[in-house]
Design a protein around this ligand. Sequence first.
Ligand SMILES: NC(=O)C1=CN([C@@H]2O[C@H](COP(=O)(O)OP(=O)(O)OC[C@H]3O[C@@H](n4cnc5c(N)ncnc54)[C@H](OP(=O)(O)O)[C@@H]3O)[C@@H](O)[C@H]2O)C=CC1
Ligand SMILES: N[C@@H](CC=O)C(=O)O
Ligand code: NA
Length: 818
Amino acid sequence: MNVLKFGGTSVGSVESIKQVINIIEEHRRNDTDIAVVFSAMGGVTNQLIEIGRMATNGNTDYSELVRRIEDRHFNVVKALIPVKEQSKVFAGIRGVINELEDLLRGVSLIRELSARTLDLITSFGERLSTLVITECIKSRGLAAQFCDARTIIKTDDQFGHAEVNYTLTNQLIQDYFGKSTALQLITGFIASTEKGETTTLGRGGSDYTASIIGAALNADIIDIWTDVDGMMTADPRKVPNAFNIPTITYAEAMELSHFGAKVIYPPSLQPAFARNIPVRVLNTFNPTHEGTVVSRTAERRQYTITGISSIDDIALVNVQGSGMIGVAGVSAKLFGVLARYRISVILISQASSEHSICFAIDPKSAERVKAILDDEFSVEVTHGHIDNITIERDLSVIATVGEGMKKSSGIAGKLFSVLGKNGVNIVAVAQGSSEINISVVINKNNLSKALNAIHNVFFQSEARVLNLYLVGTGLIGSTLLRQIRDQFEYLRTERLLKVCLVGVSNTKKMLLAPKGIGLDDWRERVLTEGVTTSLPAFVEQIKYYNLPNSVFIDCTSDKDIVQFYESLLDGNISVVTPNKVANSGPYSEYRRLQRTALNRGVKFLYETNVGAGLPIINTLQGLMTAGDRFLKIEAILSGTLSYIFNTFRSGSKFVDVVREAKEKGYTEPDPREDLSGMDVARKILILAREAGFALEPEDVTIKNLLPQACIDAPSIPAFFDELENNNAYFESLLTEAEAQNEKLRYVATFENGKVEIALKTVGADHPFYSLSGADNIVSFTTERYKERPLVVKGPGAGAEVTAAGVFADVVSIGSYLA
Ligand SMILES: NC(=O)C1=CN([C@@H]2O[C@H](COP(=O)(O)OP(=O)(O)OC[C@H]3O[C@@H](n4cnc5c(N)ncnc54)[C@H](OP(=O)(O)O)[C@@H]3O)[C@@H](O)[C@H]2O)C=CC1
Ligand SMILES: N[C@@H](CC=O)C(=O)O
Ligand code: NA
């Protein structure tokens, strides 16, 4: 035997009732023995309560509402029952409505609405819906019978939430079903006392009816037909990646629903649970979906956790004081008071120091709770045993639930770590010793970020989302986006990393779209949908979105943008950049950024600040971390100058070679930075700082390479003109070097705390002699690499290698956040 139950939306309209009938007929075709329970048509129960209130107040407009209820049922009959059979059914409905109207007249006369009368009034919802559906099914030739549950479910007289008398009820149900062969269509939610007074079963009432009947008949399964595909790993309105949970245990369902997952109300399944009958949650509007099976043990476990749910708005009450330590009875008194005033507690946490207890409540009762506790504990407060009772508001609680967490280590670590990395502060924590729920209280404004981040980290077959904000869509920025696009699928399937470009900006336009900007059409979208760029607004918006796993990428050479890094890092947004400005300004700023990133548990990565994609900074940091000490760094750090000196030949024009370097993407946006030595100065300064030396920009000595006229050139075109005018000078440098069989090299040296950059000539025996293209070379002499230095060498400029370096930094953040 299967017991089916259809909820209010499933029987809410003609179309949905057709669907319900299909499902019932399908079962009959398969010869499945079934009994079916119905809720009232969606919205009717609330209308009946309203009608009851109106009648008590003497407001006769209730008859209009009654008429509307009647019409809804009539309409079903008109649509689904052949005309010649309709009048009999109309009469049946009218009879029930007459009874309701008589009752309401009585209520409006005595102007009193007891819980008992309200139960009677609300019972009409299920009586009408079940009556109409029974007639529809009968009209299709099925032997169906209307069953008023008041005859088979007996309760005490706690109207509104009556207690079932199981001994009597089970007997009545078994007797009733033993006698009948017809398909039983049963009113949900309602029952009666032994004296025959109508009662209702409270929240989740129709599910409860199905569960009581299923348990009494020892059903094989109970199907709860609703309007969603079963339970989900999280609320899909808050977590777009949430997905269906195929199987869940009763205990898990209970925990999740306590924290807001509203698909079913597990206490109403208790009778089924006690008899170990599985309950399946199915979608009337998507009947082939497998739904969720709730049972004592859940199979097909793929994840350690089963779901996440939240209560979005709570208040936390703190009771603390030295007088609580080791004093028995304070918590007994506290919770006794709360029970006395019927204050429902959502979560409790007490540290073993016993110095404080905090508990979460509905914020609507916060003021009242404070007043009650202030009063009850006034003596303790006066004597200083308890501090003032405080209330924190604007908080949410997130429950991470799963039987898989039992006795499995690292779950809490993973949970706290992902929250920490996303800058979500944990205000309070609670975990019961059943270990199937860890609840954390956080600030409400971080709720969406936290839910998504937790979901992402625990449901790992799903790729983790990395949210990117890119400023600078020039050579490096656009190459980066192309590389990410080409690698998108690989990252998603092999590295479980789903890159989502959320914001893009250049000097003219910016576009922000939390659902993501396509990696193919970002350029057109920025042009057509973008708004005038404002970096403060861009950064503000990033913070407003507050998305998990966010990375800000600066692919400009702008000086103003770096002022935002600190506040981004402080807001737990990682920063990746090839822009050297932030790290080569005042030492204090460099340190501050490092510290902020460290304190916030986010990343500030800038491998491409030196040698583009070459692993120079990572190598240096690795040596430092392992305790090595730097004695000397000698390096060629300008790809542009390297290319120039590797390409410039006697008889060719120096300016042409510089132009080539620019066209090949080696130069800075302003090539004067390269030729003036400024770019190299920034890089060697960054290396020295990474090596632990607190140097300032003025500590770098640049032995100038350019004639004064080039230095003074007021614009880039004027600079190129001056390079051309001074060709003879550059040619003389070259011929002098060649005369000695040497090559020109622009060498940066850091030694004994001093940094120097100078144009040098090197002979064939020097390791810097044999470079080609835009090669960089860095030679680290350290305590551990003293005899022979550690050398990193390779192309140190160009769009592909630089973007690839930025890309690698971004991906490493993805792995870190995972
Ligand atoms: N080329 C290389 O080999 C290497 C380069 N780098 C570094 O990469 C960075 C980028 O270089 P590259 O791509 O060549 O530079 P580009 O000049 O090609 O691009 C710079 C981009 O930044 C945008 N931009 C500049 N200022 C702002 C601002 N205030 N707000 C918004 N957008 C801004 C520009 O906008 P718009 O398009 O509107 O002008 C442009 O899109 C530089 O810092 C450079 O030092 C690092 C290592 C190697
Ligand atoms: N313009 C730079 C590019 C890398 O930082 C260079 O030439 O090295
Ligand atoms: Na590098």
